[in-house]
Design a protein around this ligand. Structure first.
Ligand SMILES: [Zn+2]
Length: 226
């Protein structure tokens, strides 16, 4: 029911570098039998091990998993490096519908309310347009009960049980095909309240390139923030 993405992650308190890896080892008493590795954006590498696991066994496990750990850490760093920094000075460009744009406002608060107003108008209009298209395709009346804009920390949109659709205003920074993908995604939830095969069939009927758009959103979510 949700399009979830991790955006606005707090920067790591310390930089995690694969060269200076020192995992935190947590031994748990409650019937844990196998070891798992977790990568926490701030705490770094965590190994959860059974209470009786020897240091050698943990160390061996860590060595085996090192290539995967390094790959995962690099991915996290890449994502973090995409977080843009703005100075809110005249002439500065901000992303709007995927293009660098000089906005008629300057302070952070003004920029946010400008984005919110634009996203409310644009997303309402796109939602109504695609609702009509989906209704024609399926022969069913597809009509959200409400369309609203919200500030979400880690999701792009929600379609409730009562078919109220809410969008994260930050999506207005993305290119139009990506915004349309999100609209089509939430509208498809009016017919399918899950991410089943039928849901994706519905979505593909109105956004045939949804996989590409989904991938773009996943990879660029960090850039769509101010
Ligand atoms: Zn969904």
């Amino acid at each position: 029911m949700q399009t979830t993405l991790f955006i606005n992650q707090k920067p790591a308190s310390q930089k995690i570098s694969p060269d200076t890896l020192s995992p935190t080892i947590i031994r748990s008493a409650n019937r844990r039998r196998s070891m798992v590795i977790q990568i926490h954006p701030e705490k770094g590498v965590i190994i959860r091990a059974p209470i009786r696991a020897s240091n050698d066994r943990i160390s061996q496990f860590f060595k085996e998993k090192l290539p995967w750990i390094k790959k995962s850490l690099t991915k996290i760093q890449d994502k973090k490096s995409k977080i843009p920094k703005y100075n809110f000075v005249p002439g500065e460009k901000f992303p709007y519908l995927g293009a660098p744009t000089t906005l008629p406002v300057h302070s952070r608060a003004e920029v946010i309310s400008w984005y919110k107003e634009k996203s409310k108008n644009f997303l309402t209009q796109r939602t109504l347009t695609f609702a009509k298209i989906l209704s024609q395709k399926t022969g069913q009346k597809i009509s959200p009960t409400k369309i609203s804009i919200r500030s979400y920390r880690s999701r792009w949109g929600v379609c409730s049980r009562d078919n109220e659709i809410s969008y994260n205003w930050k999506i207005i920074m993305a290119p139009i095909p990506i915004i349309d993908y999100l609209v089509c995604h939430e509208l498809s939830h009016i017919l399918n309240k899950n991410h089943s095969r039928r849901f994706y069939e519905t979505l593909a009927s109105i956004d045939p390139d949804y996989k590409l758009h989904q991938k773009y959103l996943r990879e660029n979510s960090m850039a769509l923030t101010i």
